[in-house]
Design a protein around this ligand. Structure first.
Ligand SMILES: Cc1ncc(COP(=O)(O)O)c(C=O)c1O
Length: 469
């Protein structure tokens, strides 16, 4: 029997949850079930997910920020389907592929100042590449990373993760990796001054907490790295490709001199895993230093035609949809709308954004009864409060959002950059309603939250007990 994908998708629309539970990750499936996120989406278009009944959902999570050009973008789809029909001779390995050369050329045109591009299969793969390139080219071991950093979860990238929860139990990760405070130039200079640091790897805006550094931080960090012989590596995996209203987020800081820039996520067009590491000739000459070493760093799928087509099409689609401009316009509408609510709703501590990377931070309110509710919820779990917003946003308003990492009180919005005026209004109207409900204590919103919190505590206790037995 030939594999009939359409049929398969139709038939599997029901049991998808069970299949995940049985064969992939039962605890993740269960936790989605507990918060009501185990929905069945059967189609998607731009910033919308669509369920079996044709109901639209607003996707403010954007597949963790990779659908910059919109879900199922026509240009990317057409390019991929044309590519499949072209039956190219992909991945010859001992060959010089046309398409990776074209994508490299196109990326260099958009990000001037770099000489070569190394293609990867994911963001973390790009970070691993940057670590290796920096170590070999500087002949130093140290890698600096910032507090609260996230650069992926492979072993090397994990060593640069600022959150203990991800690292715990995985043993010694990367000798020479050291954490410094994000957005602290003095701390960076102290750490660089021993001249044993190969690279400082940093996100221009941190995904965790949507932390935007001071103006000039990235520029100054670049200068310092140069002064001390350290490579300055900018991780634009989430922030790049127009997300923040510029092609790269570091462009907000003027003339930032990076030695290596890492891209991924949206370069995939949302279809084929792909990443790119842009770097300079000096580094190239020290890595691929002889004919013998000319593939000393490589991976089997690295320059696959399909990934390269997705990359070329993704860039075209970003141009066609005027993505950077729309990110600025819609980001400002969203950000200003939320900021205006800050005056009315005590739980909103801060709203910050660059383009369509938006953080809504919550904090302890002033009034006594709300403050008591806040403290009780935080005593149950430091991860709980934001669920009082993300759960009703999905359950009552069909909007998908995420908390920006463990132990944060910040919700992050990284939707497709094709977001429309109507989408922004949808979000602001829903968010306002959720805020009104949450500012009534006692009330149903709080009852639901306490129920989830107590269940979570019970589950934690029983898993600790099970582990001890
Ligand atoms: C800033 C940043 N770097 C690296 C990564 C890792 O990318 P991947 O999940 O493709 O390995 C991510 C993923 O969320 C990221 O946000």
């Amino acid at each position: 029997m030939p594999l009939d994908i359409r049929r398969l998708l139709q038939d599997a629309a029901g049991p998808h949850h069970q299949l995940q539970s049985d064969h992939v990750n039962p605890r993740f499936a269960k936790s989605l079930n507990l918060i009501g996120f185990d929905r069945t989406y059967v189609n998607a278009e731009n910033a919308h997910l669509i369920d079996q009944n044709g109901e639209h959902y607003l996707d403010m999570l954007g597949g963790y920020g990779m659908f910059n050009m919109g879900r199922n973008n026509k240009t990317v789809r057409r390019a991929l389907s044309d590519f499949l029909n072209a039956e190219t001779a992909s991945l010859i390995q001992l060959g010089t592929p046309l398409l990776s050369g074209m994508l490299a050329q196109e990326l260099k045109r958009r990000i001037p100042g770099f000489d070569y591009v190394y293609f990867t299969n994911s963001g973390a793969d790009g970070v691993e590449t940057a670590i290796k390139f920096a170590r070999r080219s500087t002949q130093r071991e140290g890698i600096l990373y910032a507090s609260s950093a996230f650069h992926g979860l492979t072993t090397g990238a994990l060593a640069l993760n600022g959150a203990e929860i991800f690292r715990s139990g995985f043993g010694q990760l990367l000798p020479g990796s050291r954490k410094i405070n994000y957005n602290d130039i003095g701390h960076l200079e102290d750490a660089l001054s021993k001249r044993d640091v190969a690279a400082f790897i940093v996100e221009p805006i941190q995904g965790k907490g949507v932390t935007i550094p001071n103006v000039g931080y990235l520029r100054e960090a670049g200068h310092l790295c140069r002064q001390y012989g350290t490579l300055f590596v900018v991780d634009e995996i989430q922030t790049g490709l127009c997300r923040t209203g510029h092609f790269l987020a570091m462009d907000h800081d003027g003339d930032v001199e990076a030695d290596i820039v890492v891209l991924s996520k949206a370069l995939s067009g949302g279809y084929v895993p792909v990443g790119a590491v842009l770097y300079k000739k000096d580094v190239y000459n020290k890595i691929f230093s002889s004919f013998e070493d000319c593939v000393v760093h490589s991976s089997t799928f690295g320059q696959g035609d399909m990934a390269m087509v997705a990359g070329l099409a993704a860039l075209t689609a970003l141009d066609e949809s005027n993505a950077a401009h729309n990110a600025n316009i819609m980001g400002d509408r969203l950000g200003q709308g939320l900021l205006a609510m800050k005056k009315r709703f005590e739980f909103i501590a801060d709203v910050r954004w660059r383009g369509l990377m938006v953080g809504i931070e919550f904090g302890a309110p002033k009034s006594l009864s709300l403050r008591a509710a806040w403290s009780s919820v935080n005593a149950l779990s430091k991860d709980l409060f934001c669920q009082a917003i993300t759960i009703p946003l999905l359950a009552d308003h069909r909007i998908l959002t995420q908390v920006s990492g463990h132990r944060t009180n910040t919700i992050k919005l990284i939707p497709p950059l094709t977001l429309t005026d109507e989408d922004v209004t949808w979000f602001l109207t829903a968010f306002e309603k959720v805020m009104v409900d949450l500012h009534k204590f006692p009330g149903p919103a709080w009852e639901a939250l306490f129920r989830i919190g107590k269940n979570a505590v019970k589950r934690r206790e029983s898993s600790v007990q099970a582990a001890a037995e």
